[in-house]
Design a protein around this ligand. Sequence first.
Ligand code: PLP
Ligand code: COI
Length: 365
Amino acid sequence: MSQSLSFHVTRSDHPRSAAERAKILEKPGFGLHFTDHMVAVRWDKDTGWHDAAVMPYGPIALDPAAAVLHYGQEIFEGIKAYRHADGSVWTFRPEANGRRLQRSAARLALPELPVEIFVESLKQMIAVDKDWVSGADEASLYFRPFMIGDEAFLGVRGAHKASYYVIASPAGPYFAKGVAPVAIWLSTDYARAAKGGTGAAKCGGNYAASLLPQQQAQAQGCSQVLFLDPVEGKYLEELGGMNVFLVYGKRNTLVTPALSGSILEGITRESILQLARDRGMTVEERKVSIDEWKQGVASGDITEVFACGTAAVITPIGQLKGEGFTVGNLDAPAGEVTMSLRKELTDIQYGRLPDRHGWLVRLDA
Ligand code: PLP
Ligand code: COI
């Protein structure tokens, strides 16, 4: 299989004006606006990856019998571009996202996109839409690479035809209130993933399964839902779209659920574990029961809890609510360890601290 492709570039003949773009970048929100271009790369069983193109952003024509519309054969990624003070544009650990897309593809019986093409697709987007990367504080351009099975065939098997796309969306904070502590809802009625299921893959179906519990969370005044392990219903897994960490302040220890086969292996999670080790904290990846969380907060051993992911960065969790109980205080200020890890991670991403682990890749050169 070819590891590189040349991209055919067609520029939009109606890109947004500088003034229209500036208005959007002033208050981008999350996932609301899209840049002027997108990437598409085709795959079929006989020829492999081919027809790589940058084209004007716009609707995708699909045969009504396309596999993705019936059997949900879809995977995606989330990764950001950051503008540094000198104007250059960088991304964070793209090979890790490219490899995760390959693992997701393998699980969903989709073709594996070479990591080089994944990274090149982000560079191609920046070559045409660099002006969409805002230089404002905490702003970024969120890429949403995704792949669908688009063969027109109703038999249930892995599609023999697929397409990979990248769209990009200017992003401010994921949560409406910015970096303020959020409340989360413990779902005991539903699991996000099953043993042997697709929890470790980043596929649309996992998110579809999380939407009803997410609505329940919102009805309870919470902004995300926390899922427990699908076998015993006892151990923490993750939130609908983020991993979770507990801080044991007195022991200088960071604890996160071990990868269980049904948790998404977050790149932010892995980076935080590294930063914590670097500062001499003890890190534990292990089973964490919901009772440990409740008792730890009550005894004062657990001093902070936070969520992390590309979209959420690091977001303090002020309160955990569930059927008949509430733990923590939403009005308490964000924890010190949480905010200092957040600052270190974003300082690396925005080029304000040395990139000592070689995590950054330049996209505009
Ligand atoms: N868990 C889920 C379910 C997610 O959707 C995400 C977001 O991508 C994460 C965890 C965090 O992963 P990452 O840090 O790679 O963005
Ligand atoms: C991301 O952080 O990239 C995600 O895909 C999570 C989603 C909540 C936007």
